[in-house]
Design a protein around this ligand. Structure first.
Ligand code: SF4
Length: 451
């Protein structure tokens, strides 16, 4: 496949890249990465760790070589209001001898040492590529440790090669189901509230949305998994309904909880003014309580009223600019198209690591003709289409940042590494301010001149 600059893309990647308005087959997605394409997508272990790491009172023990354990709180933006144990990334640090003779004894000893030192209520043991290849029996080691210590010790079967990041999400959701099952026979009798699935309390975003819910009079049982604890997660089965933000990581759990506990769910998004207002109204209407609905309207009027003048001011500066977006999941991509529209910015390239078919259909309907849509892209594709489409800005994560800077294009971090909240009405103002600061920075004209 040739781009308009004559560069060749991998033939097997053709179906994963579409241009709206051109006659092309349906978008390929939800597949393993093409061999030879250096995918931006993370491994199974990373997908599982994204979901489970914000359980703040757990020991997160990585059974593998030390490199896999580089994933720690301190390169992630998920915050805690209580326990800090999740900030560590413990590792069994497997070496050649362990690979030859097996690492089960070393793992059991590591669990014993950590339990004696930190007294956690929960230990999560992550499998990695090496642990999967040598075939250590994590289930058996964890079961024996749980009996020895009288706490929950669960394996996370997340060997990196066993699929892609989406498989890691599914594995993590199964672990969450086991945690809920372990704490609930019989189900706790409590006032029904709601669970918030797919928020990881990045830079305190859960606290912003939790504040809205409190003002509306809606009780939050548990968040999955931002700022959560074992005890909080085990109250989740008593909820009246689930709201799901990141459907890519938590859609599976929502379906499992509906099957197992009969808890209905619906999707929400708190990115941008319109999505935030629509989502709060959806929640209020699902409670069926007219007082909640009235309080919600007051809240929206107040919060949107404060945010709109700022958004308008940034819109005046940003109108006509072009954005490229490459993010983890489809929900965020869809919300960003709408949020950029609020700022007068057109999305000219958009892609995800783990988007699903129905999400790509919605993306396709939302964008203008000529927009390039990519699934599971590699760096060469992102650079080529960013340049071809004339993007002024790239929205992505830590792996995409250098691609933008090399091209002299502005960048916004919308991944789990960031340290500023982008959710709700105040998050929309932060986002608009950041887009303005980076796109309108005078530095780009010097970078381009220098290049
Ligand atoms: S689990 Fe495998 S792919 Fe994932 S970080 Fe570790 S070695 Fe790399």
């Amino acid at each position: 496949m040739k781009t308009d600059r004559g560069e060749t893309l991998l033939k097997a990647r053709t179906g994963f890249i579409r241009t709206k308005g051109e006659r092309m087959p349906t978008q390929s997605c939800e597949a393993d990465s093409v061999s030879g394409s250096v995918s931006q997508r993370a491994c199974v272990y990373c997908g599982a760790r994204v979901v489970l790491n914000p359980i703040t009172d757990a020991v997160h023990l990585v059974h593998g070589p030390i490199g896999c354990a580089s994933y720690t709180f301190d390169i992630r933006g998920s915050l805690s209001s209580g326990a800090e144990l999740y900030r560590y990334s413990f590792s069994t640090d497997l070496k050649e001898q362990d690979i030859i003779f097996g690492g089960e004894r070393k793992l059991a000893a590591a669990i014993d040492e950590l339990v004696q030192k930190y007294h956690p209520p929960l230990v999560l043991v992550y499998s990695t590529c090496v642990a999967g290849v040598i075939g250590d029996d994590l289930e058996a080691v964890c079961r024996a440790a749980a009996q020895r210590h009288g706490i929950a010790v669960l394996p996370v079967e997340s060997s990196g090669f066993a699929g892609n990041k989406s498989e890691g999400y599914r594995v993590a959701c199964e672990v969450l189901m086991r945690l809920m099952e372990a704490g609930n026979s019989p189900l706790p009798a409590m006032e029904p509230g709601i669970n918030y699935l797919g928020d990881y309390n990045l830079a305190g975003e859960l606290w912003i949305i939790g504040g809205y819910l409190r003002r509306m009079g809606v009780k939050l049982n548990a968040a999955f998994t931002g700022d959560s604890s074992l005890k909080a997660l085990q109250t989740a089965p008593a909820a009246a309904f689930n709201i799901v933000q990141c459907a890519g990581s938590m859609g599976y759990l929502a379906k499992r909880m509906q099957e197992r506990y009969g808890i209905p769910f619906f999707h929400v998004s708190f990115l941008g003014l319109q999505d935030s207002a629509d989502s709060l109204r959806l929640i209020a209407s699902a409670t069926g309580d007219e007082e909640v609905m009235a309080r919600t309207e007051e809240l929206i009027a107040e919060e949107a009223g404060q945010a709109e003048p700022f958004i308008q001011a940034y819109r005046d500066k940003l109108s006509g600019k072009k954005a490229a977006v490459y993010v983890g999941g489809g929900f965020k991509a869809i919300s960003l198209i709408k949020q950029f529209r609020e700022l007068g910015v057109e999305v000219v390239m958009i892609g995800t690591q783990t988007g699903r078919k129905e999400e790509y259909d919605e993306i396709h309907n939302l964008v203008e003709d000529g927009t390039v849509i990519l699934d599971d892209a590699n760096p060469a594709e992102l650079e080529r289409f960013m340049s071809r489409q004339g993007a002024d800005l790239l929205v992505g994560g830590v792996k995409e940042r250098p691609l933008a800077y090399k091209l002299g294009v502005a960048f916004i971090d919308h991944n789990h590494d960031r340290k500023h909240p982008l959710s709700g009405f105040e998050g929309a103002v932060h986002f608009a301010r950041e887009v303005y600061h980076t796109v309108c920075s005078p530095v780009w004209k010097y970078v381009k001149q220098g290049g």
